[in-house]
Design a binder for this molecule. Structure first.
Ligand code: OVM
Length: 408
């Protein structure tokens, strides 16, 4: 990190620190924590020369930008690609890639469909499903890959049914989501690897959003019912369903992996959870803070915006490091420690402000269900070999997590 400035850039006038780091390079994706620390230390705003974007990595500044939707817009895309100049790879999301006022009706609808009241009717069934899955897994073995057997298995067991999509083709959900999250980054090798399947995966996902394909009870049907009431238009309904299928699977899979990795590496915290299972919700939010399954999102400067004494020119892309903010020592004591006695609320792992994760109650219920079932039967969780990272331009994920459990 240097503090000289490339001549002729808008940044030069203000002396903003700059860096040639590539946040989407494989060595950084393998372990982004040193880069996060360097960006936080360099200053409140850093220019990333490689992509000609600005970066925020300190908690207060990420938080302030996320809540300022007027200055930091989403409708030009929340990836590196600027929709003002580049064609998006798919029709933009009506939620994620929209600003008020267009954002608001779809948001209101989905917030109700996925709200705490609506989820009450799922709780018992999901708790039973989690017990069944844990019984099945533990009856086979006590050493296994937790990504395949738990993190992936549980969300795929409950979420597609809750949306109401047919059984066939569900193996396309994770690859579709993985590509969508890669597509927020630069057009690198990770995006290239997903591109050959985009037409097939998108065709399938879009087909699942149609009214006649969705079961009569479920989040999908609830969204279509909202269009009958005139809360959104019938043209909007399939795109709102698409948001569920894009954002609702990979995120929860990687969040559950984050929890299991946290407990495998913090055994004292597992004992605390076992003694007090009501900590399951805190365990989930602390894991989202600690690992930040969604690492980054971009915004675009709606006008010239000032962050401290840096003037960010209108139209600039700004990279928000949610993960760096969630471990900013200015905000969190001992930030690298996974600690059930801290209050993780206020973390920006779900974002903040009008776009804050609308599915977080669903994610929390999934995590709570599987954690509660595990806490009933599992005395200890240990790593049983080196875990392997899964690289994605936006997600922090595990490819495999070998664990060994003892029961009791
Ligand atoms: C969407 C969406 C929302 C949040 C995250 C996301 C791929 C997508 O509305 O499609 O990631």
């Amino acid at each position: 990190m240097t503090t000289t400035v490339p001549p002729g850039t808008a940044a030069s006038a203000t002396g903003v620190p700059h860096s040639d780091v590539d946040p989407f390079a494989h060595d950084v994706l393998e372990d982004p924590l040193p880069m996060h620390a360097a960006l936080r230390e360099a200053g409140p705003v850093v220019h990333l020369d490689r992509y000609d974007v600005f970066a925020l990595a300190r908690y207060d500044d990420v938080h302030a930008a996320l809540v300022d939707w007027q200055g930091f817009q989403s409708s030009a895309g929340v990836g590196l690609s600027n929709f003002r100049y580049e064609e998006p790879w798919r029709p933009p999301s009506l939620l994620l890639e929209a600003d008020p006022p267009r954002h608001d009706a779809p948001r209101r609808v989905l917030q109700k469909v996925l709200g705490p009241r609506a989820l009450r009717r799922l709780r018992e069934g999901w708790a039973a499903d989690a017990e069944l899955l844990v019984d099945e897994v533990l009856s086979r073995a006590t050493a296994f890959d937790a990504v395949a057997e738990l993190s992936t298995a549980f969300p795929l067991r409950v979420f597609p049914d809750a949306v109401g999509i047919p059984k066939g083709g569900r193996e396309r959900l994770l690859p579709y989501g993985n590509h969508a999250f890669n597509a927020f980054g630069p057009d690198n090798d990770l995006v290239a690897k997903g591109t050959p399947r985009v037409a097939e995966l998108s065709g399938w996902v879009n087909a699942q959003c149609q009214r006649d394909v969705l079961s009569p009870a479920g989040f999908g049907a609830d969204i279509w019912a909202a269009s009958d009431r005139g809360d959104i238009t019938p043209e909007q309904a399939p795109l709102v369903v698409r948001s569920l299928l894009t954002a609702g699977v990979d995120t929860t899979v990687h969040a559950i992996s984050a929890i299991l990795y946290a407990f495998a590496t913090h055994p004292d915290q597992w004992q605390r959870l076992r003694e007090d299972p009501s900590l399951a919700r805190v365990a989930f939010d602390e894991a989202v803070r600690w690992e930040s399954p969604v690492q980054t999102f971009f915004r675009t400067a709606t006008t010239d915006v000032r962050v401290h004494d840096v003037l960010i020119p209108e139209g600039s892309k700004i990279l928000m490091f949610l993960a760096a903010a969630n471990r900013d020592p200015r905000r969190w004591a001992d930030p690298d420690r996974y600690d059930l006695s801290r209050d993780p609320s206020g973390h920006v792992g779900f974002g903040m402000g009008i776009h804050q994760c609308v599915g977080q109650h669903v994610a929390r219920l999934e995590a709570e269900s599987i954690l509660t079932a595990l806490a009933r039967r599992v005395a200890t969780i240990e790593l049983d070999g080196p875990p392997v990272r899964h690289h994605n331009n936006t997600l922090r994920a595990w490819e495999s997590l070998p664990v060994r459990l003892t029961l009791g």
